[in-house]
Ligand binder design. Structure first.
Ligand code: GUN
Length: 293
């Protein structure tokens, strides 16, 4: 069994990105520039955004954070997004979700210029991904694809079972895994909260991707011997052993499943670091006009 080291893989790709930024600067171009918008004081959102800003600094990107109180109006956020859309010194913008209830995530997402939508949430990018056209792909699915590619895991002709149908993970990864692409060509089954007898499907999976946010949901008896198991779960559970007061738990019962499969991603240190990395990749793709030109 091989443990898929997302931390190491992300560090390697980050070095490649940093080297490319140096080349850009050497050629007289400006560094890629990511803007993040954060509304309110949710602890998890603050932590995610802080990581994104820190990641930018590490690879030499420029980053700007715009913070708003939780009672900011939707109009103010939309106006800021429109201003960013027009600003040629900015390559990518993300509005950290979730937003307070009085702000429509749909309106915000659809106001972002698809060419700067490095989160890959805009319907234009989702549609282009489905059509196998160049598109910004949302960070977690993109990170998973990069991991499968780095580890040389054969996907063609395999049965991939995805647990979860969220717009940002389950749905897009199910589409990517069935695409005609280097990492793809799978037969895909999507399981979700209304699937009956879920283990009937998971037991048949050559590649199992768990993205439901239920700690320890996938047990050894649910997986096929020799399968590849990708754990997207990152549920915070209280812990007195850590400084932060919580620890991250995956959707997979790691110890028992690891014994049975051929490849597995740990939590933490598997998909998580690759999700952070994918945002940097998308920002670089935007700065180099690799998706849209
Ligand atoms: N909230 C949780 N994940 C994400 C993400 O990838 N992007 C944004 N903008 N918000 C999030």
């Amino acid at each position: 069994m091989t443990v898929i080291d997302g931390k190491q893989t992300a560090a390697e790709i980050r070095k490649e990105i940093a080297a490319e930024v140096k080349l850009m600067l050497g050629a007289g171009k400006r560094a890629p520039h990511l803007v993040a918008i954060l509304v309110g004081n949710d602890g998890a959102s603050e932590s995610y955004v802080n990581h994104k800003i820190k990641d930018c600094e590490e690879v030499g990107f420029t980053s700007t954070l715009f913070r708003y109180p939780s009672d900011v109006t939707e109009g103010e956020i939309l106006a800021k997004v429109r201003e960013i859309n027009k600003d040629d010194s900015i390559d990518g913008v993300i509005v950290q979700l979730p937003l307070p209830n009085h702000i429509s995530e749909k309106n915000v997402t659809e106001t972002i210029d698809p060419k700067k939508d490095v989160d890959g949430f805009h319907p234009i990018n989702v549609g282009r991904m489905v059509l196998n056209l160049p598109a910004f792909i949302s960070a977690t699915p993109y990170g998973i694809i990069l991991l499968l590619e780095k580890y040389g895991i054969e996907t063609s002709g395999k049965h991939c079972v995805v647990i979860g149908r969220s717009n940002i993970v389950g749905r897009p990864i199910s589409i990517l895994m069935s695409r005609s692409a280097k990492v793809g060509n799978c037969t895909v089954t999507v399981c979700h909260s209304r699937t009956s007898n879920i283990s009937d499907y998971t037991k048949e999976a050559d590649i199992l991707i768990a993205a439901i946010g239920k700690p320890g949901f996938v047990t050894a008896e649910m997986v096929k011997k020799g399968s590849v198991v990708i754990d997207v779960g990152v549920t915070r559970v209280d812990s007195s052993d850590t400084k932060s007061g919580y620890r991250l738990k995956g959707d997979v019962k790691y110890e028992e499943v690891a014994e049975k499969c051929s490849f597995i991603t740990p939590v933490p240190g598997g998909v998580g670091p690759m999700t952070r990395l994918a945002l940097l990749k998308n920002t670089l793709l935007s700065a180099t006009n690799a998706i849209y030109n």
